[in-house]
Ligand binder design. Structure first.
Ligand SMILES: Nc1ncnc2c1ncn2[C@@H]1O[C@H](COP(=O)(O)OP(=O)(O)OP(=O)(O)O)[C@@H](O)[C@H]1O
Length: 263
């Protein structure tokens, strides 16, 4: 295992990784939130970003989505700089879920999932400027069916229990048919059954070729799901590798997994 090196499987499947984060540094005033962070996510790979609170995980996500401007380094998606606008991200095949879900409570499940399809979409993709009518409803309905939510389509989203609202948020990301899916604590607040369902969904999404980058504190979920794990501590990648490699790394135990190691 190495530190500050790309997270990449040895049988890399792309010339350009789907997502490449290279020497990314982000400063907020005097605070260095990210310090020369580098890792990659290849096509169809699931990479988890873990680390203690304040390590910089959300800042990585925000950098990928153009919400935070790098002080140095770069983020590229399929070899080109990441777009800075929400519609640019959709066009570029990027979708994200939020820790706070960000659903429109008074709207139905279907209406929520239709929201990104009303935005200018990507050519050749389901999402697109002219697709907000019947085609969009068909696409959204299929996505809801894939996630077992079709019976809830007309219900107000705020009438659903939390695990189902979380799945609606996932449906809203998947409806754009992303090639890079960013999941922010997808297992947070879920019980064992819902986490097992979520794992199956993410595996299916990755098997279709979509790359997944997830931030998550639920270690059993991460260890079972991720191909690669990058561990952040105080804004630096302290370890990266397979779940087995990361779990066995004493630096990770010390910084995050909570087991004291001898110096
Ligand atoms: N907009 C901002 N302005 C100033 N400091 C910020 C800003 N955003 C994040 N930070 C700081 O940057 C550091 C990294 O924060 P970040 O939210 O990325 O960590 P995190 O790993 O996602 O934490 P958590 O697990 O608690 O969500 C923290 O010290 C945080 O206080």
């Amino acid at each position: 295992m190495s530190t500050q090196h790309p997270v990449r499987s040895s049988d890399s499947r792309d010339a350009d990784p789907r997502l490449q984060i290279a020497e990314l540094t982000v400063r907020f005033g005097g605070l260095t939130a990210l310090d020369a962070v580098s890792f990659e996510v290849g096509a169809g790979e699931t990479v988890a970003l873990i680390g203690p609170n304040g390590a910089g995980k959300t800042t990585v996500f925000n950098s990928v989505c153009g919400l935070v401007k790098p002080s140095a380094g770069r983020v590229t998606i399929d070899g080109v700089p990441a777009p800075a606008s929400p519609t640019g991200l959709i066009r570029h095949g990027v979708a994200r879920t939020l820790q706070g879900l960000g659903l429109f409570g008074g709207m139905s499940v279907l209406e929520n999932v239709l929201v990104p399809l009303a935005a200018p979409g990507r050519s050749g993709r389901a999402a697109g400027p002219g697709r907000a009518g019947a085609d969009a409803v068909t696409t959204a309905t299929e996505t809801l069916r894939d996630l077992g939510l079709d019976a809830e389509a007309q219900r107000p989203v705020d009438s659903l229990p939390y695990p189902e609202r979380k799945r609606v948020a996932l449906a809203r990301a998947l409806v754009t048919q992303p090639t890079l899916l960013l999941l922010d604590e997808p297992a947070g607040g879920l019980g064992a059954g819902d986490i097992a369902d979520l794992s199956a969904i993410v595996r299916r999404v990755a098997a279709s070729g979509c790359s997944v980058l997830l931030v998550e504190h639920h270690m059993d979920f991460v260890m079972a799901l991720a191909d690669r794990i990058a561990v952040l501590d105080f804004g630096r990648v302290i370890a990266c590798g397979t779940p087995g490699e990361v779990q066995a790394d004493p630096r990770v135990e010390e910084a995050y997994l909570g087991v004291e190691v001898a110096s």
